[in-house]
Design a binder for this molecule. Structure first.
Ligand SMILES: *[C@@H]1O[C@H](CO)[C@@H](O)[C@H](O)[C@H]1NC(C)=O
Ligand SMILES: *[C@@H]1O[C@H](CO)[C@@H](O)[C@H](O)[C@H]1NC(C)=O
Ligand SMILES: *[C@@H]1O[C@H](CO)[C@@H](O)[C@H](O)[C@H]1NC(C)=O
Ligand SMILES: *[C@@H]1O[C@H](CO)[C@@H](O)[C@H](O)[C@H]1NC(C)=O
Ligand SMILES: *[C@@H]1O[C@H](CO)[C@@H](O)[C@H](O)[C@H]1NC(C)=O
Ligand SMILES: *[C@@H]1O[C@H](CO)[C@@H](O)[C@H](O)[C@H]1NC(C)=O
Ligand SMILES: *[C@@H]1O[C@H](CO)[C@@H](O)[C@H](O)[C@H]1NC(C)=O
Ligand SMILES: CC(=O)N[C@H]1CO[C@H](CO)[C@@H](O)[C@@H]1O
Length: 405
């Protein structure tokens, strides 16, 4: 069964960057999402036989539950993080309930190792880590930068940041770089401008990735994501062969995602140094737009939600299992060809966290109308995540792979 709905405020992105406050607001507005009800099974990934560590041999890090932990969380003070972005700074923009900052992820069969910025930076000494993807990956990048900068003793801090085109770079002590590269489709598209990417008609060059990839093929750690931008109903797909002719075509959502990821995978296979580079793909980040899915009113969304969902295995209809399966199959085929990509399988654990989104507590990049103001769910961001918050846990999972794997 296929339905269409408006996902208002799901991806209200804007320019990145700490000194770009005057950037035009970039609401995606009414993102038309085609989504498919949860059907069919998802493939299991092959066992990771190379891992020699207890966390990975005997424990699925992604299967577990949230435990309230008022002792160790949040892992940093968001207001003190000088790299925080206003899109994620919920406490700065008036959110008064802080319980959402205080949940620990407890895998069923082990404990997640505690995040230790020094240990991470020692692992990354002289290395370059790059997040490549859309604003959810940027959400995770900001989280990692805040985790790192908050934990370094003041005397040892030596850090800087700059941006150049789509590349945003944070240089930490130990000569470690933690970068973010804007490429919402991974492949080339007309949405590639890091600040002005909300074009009305999206066009994707489905076979082209060089323009982006040359900025990060030399990285030591690459963390990719890409999902939400592919969901728009109409996207023009442009082939190399069609560039000189008339051809732009509309292709089924799952199929075009498959083609884009194939381009990405082929690039990795031929260009990435397999001994040097660790590769990750972050599975889709769930949005909480449909209150009736967790027993609320149909026109409720994440606005005013302050508690996680407790129903085990809760899965929202915006998280398309077929799209997830495309990622798993692409990565499985890459592994067969000798390139290992770890999936950070954050979908299920984030599904529970309807309380973790900014809703109205973020910078609004456009002036709201009276109508909107009188109906807060209408302009709530239920796609991104408050920081400190859920992406910190994604980074604890990444940390486990980088430091213990
Ligand atoms: C990711 O998690 C989901 C839900 O827990 C599971 O069904 C799926 O098989 C997992 N995928 C991978 C690649 O581990
Ligand atoms: C967490 O603990 C502090 C003091 O230890 C207390 O002031 C605060 O109310 C607690 N927060 C929650 C959400 O329980
Ligand atoms: C963090 O890691 C560093 C370097 O490995 C280590 O010296 C330190 O004891 C760790 N800190 C904690 C609290 O475990
Ligand atoms: C710092 O790291 C970069 C790679 O990210 C390397 O090219 C450079 O030589 C390193 N500099 C020092 C002083 O170690
Ligand atoms: C910006 O990136 C380009 C490559 O795209 C590079 O040639 C240039 O040196 C970079 N500029 C700075 C200031 O890093
Ligand atoms: C790949 O990386 C390894 C480890 O850094 C290095 O020794 C090797 O020379 C690299 N291979 C190529 C082809 O660059
Ligand atoms: C938004 O409203 C403020 C004052 O309320 C005004 O100064 C500003 O120009 C408005 N911005 C836009 C884009 O309309
Ligand atoms: C010359 C050329 O490429 N023509 C193509 C234009 O687009 C239609 C489909 O929209 C194709 O059928 C033509 O072959």
């Amino acid at each position: 069964m296929v339905k269409t709905e408006q996902a208002v405020g799901l991806v209200s992105t804007r320019g990145i960057g700490w000194s770009f406050n005057s950037l035009i607001a970039l609401f995606l507005g009414a993102l038309i999402i085609t989504y498919v009800y949860l059907t069919g099974g998802r493939n299991q990934m092959p066992e990771d036989e190379t891992s020699g560590n207890k966390f990975f041999r005997s424990c699925n890090l992604f299967s577990g539950k949230w435990v309230f932990d008022n002792q160790s969380y949040p892992l940093y003070n968001g207001k003190k993080c000088q790299f925080m972005l206003d899109d994620f700074a919920c406490d700065k923009f008036g959110r008064k309930d802080f319980k959402y900052q205080r949940w620990r992820w407890k895998p069923n069969d082990c404990d997640l190792p505690r995040f230790n910025a020094t240990a991470l930076l020692e692992t990354l000494r002289g290395k370059r880590l790059v997040f490549v993807g859309d604003s959810l990956n940027r959400n995770q990048w900001v989280s990692l930068v805040c985790l790192v900068e908050s934990s370094i003793p003041t005397g040892r801090k030596s850090k800087s940041n700059h941006f150049n085109g789509s590349l945003f770079s944070f240089k930490a002590t130990y000569n470690a770089s933690i970068d973010f590269y804007w490429a919402p489709f991974l492949v080339e598209s007309n949405c590639d401008d890091p600040f002005h990417h909300h074009v009305q008609y999206r066009t994707v060059k489905i076979e082209a990735i060089e323009k982006h990839a040359r900025h990060w093929t030399d990285a030591d750690v690459l963390i990719f994501d890409s999902y939400i931008w592919w969901l728009q109903e109409r996207i023009k797909v442009l082939w190399r062969s069609s560039e000189k002719s008339n051809g732009t075509f509309e292709v089924d959502m799952v199929r075009r995602y498959e083609m884009g990821l194939k381009t990405w995978a082929d690039w990795l296979e031929t260009h990435v140094n397999r001994t040097r580079t660790k590769l990750f793909f972050v599975s889709l980040s769930p949005a909480h737009l449909r209150g009736e899915e967790w027993g609320m009113d149909a026109n409720q969304n994440c606005y005013k939600e302050t508690e996680p969902i407790v129903k085990e295995g809760y899965w929202g209809t915006l998280s398309n299992p077929k799209m997830m399966q495309v990622v798993e199959e692409t990565i499985y085929r890459l592994e067969v060809r000798g390139v290992k990509v770890h999936i950070l399988n954050i979908t299920q654990l984030s599904e529970y966290r309807k309380d973790g989104h900014p809703s109205i507590y973020r910078k609004q990049w456009v002036n709201l109308t009276q109508d909107q103001l009188s109906n807060p769910p209408s302009y709530s961001d239920c796609g991104h995540w408050c920081l400190p918050g859920v992406p910190d846990v994604w980074n604890e999972l990444l940390y486990a792979y980088l430091v213990y794997h």
